[in-house]
Write a protein that binds this ligand. Structure first.
Ligand code: KIV
Length: 274
């Protein structure tokens, strides 16, 4: 299932070249088996800090540590062979100074072997992005609805609804591009603004609740699979994995209670009758 040295992993250049060619396909992954399942179909896999909520049941993404993100990224690197892997810098790991961001992002690349980091922020993070890129750390930025800013934004609110928000987001996008980011996630953004930004930028825009006209799309895999209870309007559920697990767990419990499991074929020292 894991690591075949003959398979070439995508690089940021492969992703960059997709602008105006075809939409970039990306999903989140937090574990080796999920990464192995998604790998054939994704250009890149993001180890998103959304794992705080999806895997650990936290209220927001604020509580996840860099150590946790690193361990999950190592797992995803073991599971995925061809997709580029990006680690999402968690809250508190890059905002203090560009030096703090470099210390933590370089640790990420060294310890996990992943190819790039994502960080939330626009013009406020431009200096940090430039500092990282000049020191060989590829950066994908994240603007619009920024989950790590939930407390200052006063909730998870769609962005670009008025002139001021639109102007700010365009300014953010241009600053990020100038700083050297290779891509930018546009989350929870009015369609017309996402289209305008995508047209203005030479770098790749990745939409999540933005527009089908972005240069690519990302979804949280568990949302897309129907394995997370709360879904935003922008989520399309392509499966109902929660229901599959529920019926399997019920069937197992019924079998155990009825002493139907384990059966002879699952038991050591007893030969099934031929
Ligand atoms: O944390 C995350 O999963 C993300 C993506 C959904 C963009 O930031």
């Amino acid at each position: 299932m894991y690591a075949d040295n003959k398979i070439r992993r995508s690089t940021i250049n492969d992703i960059i070249k997709l602008k105006n060619v075809r939409p970039v396909v990306s999903l989140t992954a937090y574990t080796a088996p999920m990464a192995a399942s998604l790998d054939p179909y994704a250009d890149f896999l993001l180890v998103g800090d959304s794992l705080a909520m999806v895997l650990y049941g936290m209220e927001s993404t604020i509580g996840v540590s860099l150590d946790t993100m690193i361990e999950h990224t190592k797992a995803v690197m073991r599971g995925a062979q061809k997709a580029m892997v990006i680690l999402d810098m968690p809250f508190g790991s890059f905002e203090q100074s560009k030096e703090q961001a470099f210390a933590n992002a370089s640790r990420v690349l060294r310890e996990t072997g992943c190819a790039a980091v994502k960080l939330e922020g626009g013009i406020d993070m431009a200096e940090t992005i430039e500092f990282l890129v000049k020191r060989n750390i590829p950066v994908m930025a994240h603007i619009g609805l920024r989950p790590q800013a939930v407390h200052v934004m006063g909730g998870y609110k769609t962005q670009g609804k008025n002139k001021k928000e639109r102007a700010q987001m365009i300014e953010d996008a241009l600053a990020i591009q100038k700083a050297g980011a290779f891509a930018v996630v546009l989350e929870g953004t009015e369609e017309s603004l996402a289209v305008e930004i995508t047209k203005k930028l030479d770098i790749i825009t990745i939409g999540i609740g933005a527009s089908a006209e972005c240069d690519g799309q990302i979804l949280v895999a568990e949302d897309m699979l129907g394995y997370f209870p709360k879904n935003a309007k922008f989520v399309k559920r392509y499966a109902e994995v929660g229901e599959i697990i529920d019926s399997a767990a019920k069937a197992y419990a019924d079998d155990v209670k009825a002493r139907k499991f384990p059966a002879i074929e699952h038991t050591y020292g007893i030969k099934p009758k031929s």
